[in-house]
Design a protein around this ligand. Structure first.
Ligand code: 9D3
Length: 251
């Protein structure tokens, strides 16, 4: 049952997580705990400053180490009060390692973390060196801050927690398909108003044939759109001779 403490100047981002969809279930059942800490509440000057101009010049502002450090201490103290050990400290940053499902699985099985959402151009490096254990990015595009990345991590973790999805089934499915893009899905009617048809194999009851069809579609779609994922599976010797045959089929 992980607990996450989030340091953010914009706590409004996190309210919908508690009130909607799958994530709400995770909170309602107690499977996921979340507390938001605003570094502004830990600023010490009259203006409650949380940022200042960068030494050396340049655009934008840099988050002050001091309010972050005090907010982090408060979060770790609160965790200690709940009988938890000090948590790993995550900083969301465009310079971090991209978040992967394997990481999400580990966070879901952990006691959680303190998640720090940067804003402005970045965070004073002295804070990063003293306090941060791991830097995580959401991908190679520019966001306005770390909040969306923190939400992505929390959402990805929440759906894996016991009692949230039909957890065993869907989460296991994730790891079956492990490393491949998903196959197409269909539901009723079998022929829609635009003449769109469901592939015949899915309408028959031959489950072995259906499983093969799905695997083949996953393999071919992944080769088309994410050849990097196919390369990774090959390098890990995770593709069978049958998989390779499906990948070289031209029909
Ligand atoms: C050229 C300087 N910019 C780096 C790309 C400065 C900069 C822009 C935007 C520094 C920080 C930000 C705010 N972004 C995040 O805090 C962030 C982020 C992102 O922008 N992309 C992907 N993942 C993440 S996680 C946190």
């Amino acid at each position: 049952m992980p607990r996450f403490d989030v340091l953010s100047l914009f706590d409004g981002y996190f309210a919908p997580l508690r009130s909607q969809g799958i994530c709400r279930r995770a909170f309602d059942s107690g499977a996921l705990q979340l507390q938001i800490w605003n570094p502004r509440d830990y600023a010490t000057d009259a203006h409650r400053s949380v940022d200042d101009r960068p030494y050396g010049g340049g655009p934008g502002m840099v988050m002050l180490a001091e309010p972050l450090e005090r907010a982090l201490d408060a979060a770790q103290q609160a965790r200690k009060g709940c009988g938890l050990d000090p948590a790993p400290v995550v900083l969301f940053s465009p310079a971090g390692a991209p978040l992967r499902q394997a990481d999400v699985l580990r966070w879901a099985a952990s006691d959680g973390a303190v998640l720090i959402c940067g804003r402005y151009e970045g965070v004073d490096q002295r804070f990063v060196e003293r306090c941060v254990d791991v830097e995580i990015s959401l991908g190679d595009y520019v966001l306005s801050g770390g909040e969306i990345a923190a939400l992505a991590l929390l959402d990805a973790v929440a759906r894996l927690l016991p009692g949230v999805l039909h957890s065993t089934e869907s989460a296991q499915q994730d790891s079956f398909s492990d490393g491949l893009l998903d196959c197409p899905h269909y539901t009723r009617p079998p022929r829609d108003a635009h003449g769109g048809e469901v592939p015949a194999v899915l309408l028959g009851g031959d489950h072995a044939r259906i499983a093969r069809w799905r695997r083949d579609r996953m393999l071919r779609l992944t080769l088309q759109r994410r050849p990097d994922l196919i390369a990774a599976l090959r390098a890990a010797r995770r593709l069978s001779a049958r998989d390779e045959a499906a990948l070289s089929a031209t029909d």
